[in-house]
Write a protein of this length. Structure first.
Length: 413
C-alpha cells in the first residue's frame, strides 16, 4: 500500500494511543481522530511491514458517538495535547476501561480480570490545574503539535482551568523572556497562581515531546513571576504545599478519588508498616500516616522532598527518604505489610521491582497513568507470587486517551 493511496476502511476497534483501526487486505491500519463503527476514506501516510497509518479524508459513515470538538486547535496537524475531543464523553469512559482491560490481557495474561467501569471526571473540561507550554521564537506560548516537533501557538485551551487561561492570556513576551518552556500552575484557590519557566540553557529542553499527563520537574527551573513560590492544593480535606514545578496530580477532584480508592483497597487496621514509593510531595503518605503505625516514603525529586517536609510535618510516624526506589529499598529492614506505588509513566522498572520483591509486602496498591507499563509490572508481580485482585480506571485526563488506574495485588500465602 503506497503512501498517499486512498482507501475505504471499516474501523472496528480503538487501541491504546487513541487511534481506531481496521484491516485492509489483512493489514492493520491505524487512524487517529476516528471511531470504531465508522466507515472512512483514508489517505495512507505511513506503511510498515506489519501495519499502516492513515489520516481521515472523509467520514463516510459516522459513529453515533462522534461529536463536534469545541477547540479550534484540535485535529490533524494541530495541537497534540488532546486526542479524543471528537468522542462523546460517556464513550470515552467505556473506551478507557477497554484499553486497561486489553493491556492487562495482552501484557499480563489477565484475560478475565476484574476491571470496573471508569470513574468519570466531575468536569470533563477545564480540569487541569497545571499545564506546560513551549515558547516560540517570537515569544508566543504554545503546545507541541501533532508532528511531535513544532510548536503551535495558542490563546485558548478548553481543558485548563479558567484561572490558568486568564494567566496565559495576560503574559507578554517580556514576561517570559529567556525562557524556552513555561509551566502554569493554579492552586485550589482561584487566586493562587504561579508561573515557572525553564531557561534556554536547560539541555533537557532540547528534547521536545508531546504533552504528558505526568510531567516531572527538573532542578533548574525557576519561578519568574508569582505571588509566592508555591501553591496549595486541598485534597480530601487536607492541604498540600507544592513548589512551582513540583509534580502533583493535575485533576484535583480525581486526586481525592485516588486517595479514597487507595485507602479502601488497603483495608488498614492501624498497626501496619507501609511503603509509599514515588511519594512525591506526600499526598498518599499523609493519609496513610493517619491510619497506620509507620509509613516509609521514598521519592527521588529534591523539589518534592522539600514540599514533603512541610506536608508531612504533623506526623511523627513518617520516614521520608530522598533517593531512588532502587537505591533506598535495599537499605530498609523489617516487614512491610503493604505498599503504595505511584510511578511515572515508565513504571517501576526491573531494578525497582526486584528491590520491592525482596520485601514482599502482603498487599500492593499500584497507581498508574500508563496501562501498558502497569501491565508489564503486574506480570512481574504475578510471576513473583502475587495475585491480581482488581483494577479501577479513573478518568484523570478527559479528552485524551490517557487513563489513571488503581490496581490491587495480594501476595499468595
Amino acid at each position: 500500500m503506497p503512501r498517499g493511496d486512498l482507501i475505504e476502511l471499516e474501523l472496528t476497534e480503538i487501541v491504546y494511543g487513541g487511534n481506531a483501526f481496521g484491516r485492509y487486505d489483512g493489514k492493520a491500519v491505524f487512524v487517529p481522530y476516528s471511531l470504531p463503527g465508522e466507515r472512512v476514506e483514508v489517505r495512507l501516510v505511513d506503511d510498515r511491514k506489519r501495519y499502516a497509518v492513515g489520516e481521515v479524508v472523509r467520514v463516510l459513515t459516522p459513529s453515533p458517538e462522534r461529536v463536534t470538538p469545541p477547540c479550534e486547535y484540535f485535529g490533524p496537524g494541530k495541537c497534540g495535547g488532546c486526542q479524543w475531543q471528537h468522542i462523546d464523553y460517556p464513550a470515552q469512559l467505556v473506551y478507557k476501561e477497554k484499553i486497561v482491560r486489553d493491556q492487562l490481557a495482552r501484557f499480563a495474561g489477565l484475560r478475565d480480570a476484574v476491571i470496573y467501569p471508569t470513574i468519570p471526571s466531575p468536569d470533563p473540561w477545564a480540569y487541569r490545574s497545571h499545564a506546560t507550554l513551549h515558547v516560540t521564537g517570537d515569544g508566543r506560548l504554545g503546545y507541541v503539535a501533532t508532528d511531535g516537533r513544532s510548536i503551535l501557538p495558542i490563546d485558548n485551551c478548553t481543558i485548563i482551568r479558567p484561572e490558568l487561561l486568564e494567566l496565559l492570556r495576560s503574559l507578554s513576551p517580556e514576561d517570559i523572556a529567556g525562557a524556552r518552556r513555561v509551566r502554569l500552575q493554579a492552586g485550589s484557590a482561584s487566586d493562587d497562581l504561579l508561573l515557572v519557566a525553564t531557561d534556554t540553557s536547560d539541555p533537557q529542553d532540547e528534547q521536545t515531546s508531546p504533552p504528558s499527563p505526568d510531567v516531572r520537574p527538573t532542578e533548574d527551573e525557576r519561578v519568574v513571576t508569582a505571588e509566592n513560590a508555591n501553591v496549595s492544593y486541598t485534597v480530601y480535606g487536607r492541604t498540600f504545599q507544592v513548589t512551582g514545578g513540583s509534580f502533583f496530580q493535575v485533576n484535583l477532584p480525581q486526586a481525592t478519588t485516588l486517595v479514597e480508592l487507595m485507602l479502601r483497597r488497603l483495608d488498614l487496621k492501624g498497626d501496619e508498616r507501609v511503603l509509599d514509593l514515588y511519594a512525591g510531595v506526600g499526598l498518599f503518605a499523609a493519609f496513610l500516616a493517619a491510619e497506620v503505625r509507620q509509613v516509609t516514603a521514598i521519592e527521588n525529586s529534591p523539589l518534592a522532598a522539600r514540599d514533603a517536609q512541610v506536608n508531612l510535618a504533623p506526623f511523627g510516624n513518617v520516614l521520608y527518604v530522598n533517593d531512588t526506589v532502587e537505591n533506598a529499598l535495599p537499605k530498609l529492614s523489617g516487614r512491610f505489610h503493604a505498599a503504595v506505588i505511584d510511578p511515572p509513566r515508565s513504571g517501576m522498572g526491573p531494578r525497582a521491582l526486584a528491590a520491592l520483591l525482596e520485601h514482599r509486602p502482603g498487599r500492593i496498591v499500584y497507581v498508574s497513568c500508563d496501562p501498558s507499563s502497569l501491565a508489564r509490572d503486574v506480570k512481574a508481580l504475578l510471576d513473583a507470587g502475587y495475585t491480581f485482585v482488581d483494577a479501577q480506571p479513573v478518568d484523570m485526563f478527559p479528552q485524551t486517551y490517557h487513563v489513571e488506574t488503581v490496581a490491587l495485588l495480594e501476595l499468595v500465602s
